[in-house]
Design a protein around this ligand. Structure first.
Ligand code: NAD
Ligand code: MN
Length: 348
């Protein structure tokens, strides 16, 4: 590669405040990675209110045809139904077939009440489950009746399972916990559980995952154990909705959602994205924690094969957290977003 073309989608709220931080971290790497070219792309709820579309076709086609990778900020999806609106991030994951959402949660220091011994990664299926958004509303005998369809396929469960085992292979503990609720949802979660469990025995896997230990846990008790004894978890693999909830819960264990990065990965594209949302309660105040976005840039680079660059960003972020002098208010600090960014960039 001569250059690295990075699609930048800040979208809404603090997404716009933290994506420049990711950009600054990448630029700070200098010539140790191919020359980055940032391509600013439109998406988001605010865009929808102005133009009637939250994800322009042009954005998707530039991502597909011109970009090597992308970074997404956060979107403000309203809780009420807005006619014609649908979340651009959910749509992008599906359109680009970014089937795995990989969310590492690890404590660096016991910041803001965080626990010291958390080192896990949530592997969230990213294309189906209740996120296919097939909902209906009808008048029933006793008032309104709402229904949702939940899709679990063998193909999606197999490839997310494979991603989980592959991830576990690269980690010291090599342990995968399958999260499900098949005591109640024996058909859908049953299929997820059985398909993931069967991955190591597939002929094409050829014994590669033989050293990995497998456990499983019902999602409700998994949350309980996550809070009581987080150290028991290494790789957690889950259907879309459980994975979403588990990763926010795990973020609380390390002190803040503003610390937890992710990548949306497919077979041929990767998009980094902090786990948090657009945080309207703190938007516009220059106090959003930029570290999740900076770590997301690192994860994206590592996925593309630039592990050394990723290490440099991650080491700089970890140092700033460990020193504890320049932190945003979510971690008990008094610093502005921009001050934290400068502190990290200096160390990169
Ligand atoms: P949120 O993640 O935006 O915020 C939850 C809490 O964490 C808030 O108190 C917020 O201030 C805090 N927080 C989050 N990120 C932070 C950061 N970087 N630094 C400091 N504090 C941070 O979740 P929410 O409030 O439930 O949702 C707000 C909006 O974001 C909604 O419209 C929702 O649809 C959207 N959302 C988008 C995404 C996404 O783009 N992938 C994910 C989750 C929520
Ligand atoms: Mn979420």
């Amino acid at each position: 590669r001569q250059s690295l073309k990075i699609g930048m989608l800040p979208a809404d709220g603090i997404g716009r405040e933290v994506l420049p931080a990711a950009r600054a971290a990448i630029i700070a790497l200098g010539s140790s990675i191919p020359k980055p070219e940032f391509i600013d792309l439109a998406a988001g709820f605010e865009l929808f209110t102005k133009t009637g579309t939250a994800l322009p076709d042009e954005t998707v086609s530039i991502l597909q045809n011109e970009c090597d990778c992308a970074l997404f900020g956060a979107v403000s999806s309203p809780s009420r139904k807005v006619v014609g609106y649908s979340s651009p991030i959910v749509a992008l994951r599906k359109k680009m077939d970014l089937y795995a959402n990989i969310r590492p949660v690890a404590s660096v220091a016991a910041t803001a009440g965080g626990k010291p011994d958390v080192d896990l990664v949530v592997i969230r299926e990213n294309t189906e489950c209740l996120y296919i958004k097939q909902e209906t509303l009808q008048q029933g005998e006793f008032g309104k009746e709402a229904r949702a369809t939940r899709l679990i396929t063998e193909r999606a469960s197999r490839r997310i399972g494979d991603m989980a085992f592959k991830t576990a292979l690269s980690r010291p503990r090599k342990h995968v916990t399958i999260i499900h609720k098949s005591n109640v949802l024996s058909v859908t979660d049953g299929l997820f559980r059985e398909t993931v469990r069967a991955v190591p025995a597939l002929p094409e896997v050829n014994g590669r995952y033989d050293q990995i230990t497998i456990a499983e846990q019902l999602v409700d008790s998994a949350v309980y154990r996550l809070f009581r004894e987080p150290h028991i978890f290494d790789v957690m693999v889950a259907p879309n909705l459980y994975g979403d909830i588990l990763s926010d819960a795990a973020a609380a264990l390390v002190g803040s959602l503003g610390l937890v990065p992710s990548i949306n990965a497919g077979d041929s594209f990767v998009m980094g994205e902090p786990v948090h949302g657009s945080a309207p309660d703190i938007a516009g105040q220059d106090i959003a924690n930029p570290l999740a976005a900076m770590r997301s840039a690192a994860l994206m680079l590592r996925h593309l094969g630039y592990g050394e660059g990723a290490d440099r960003i991650e080491k700089a972020v970890d140092e700033v957290i460990r020193e504890g002098n320049v932190l945003t208010p979510d971690l008990g600090g008094k610093s502005k977003t921009s001050e934290v960014v400068n502190e990290v960039v200096k160390r990169i």
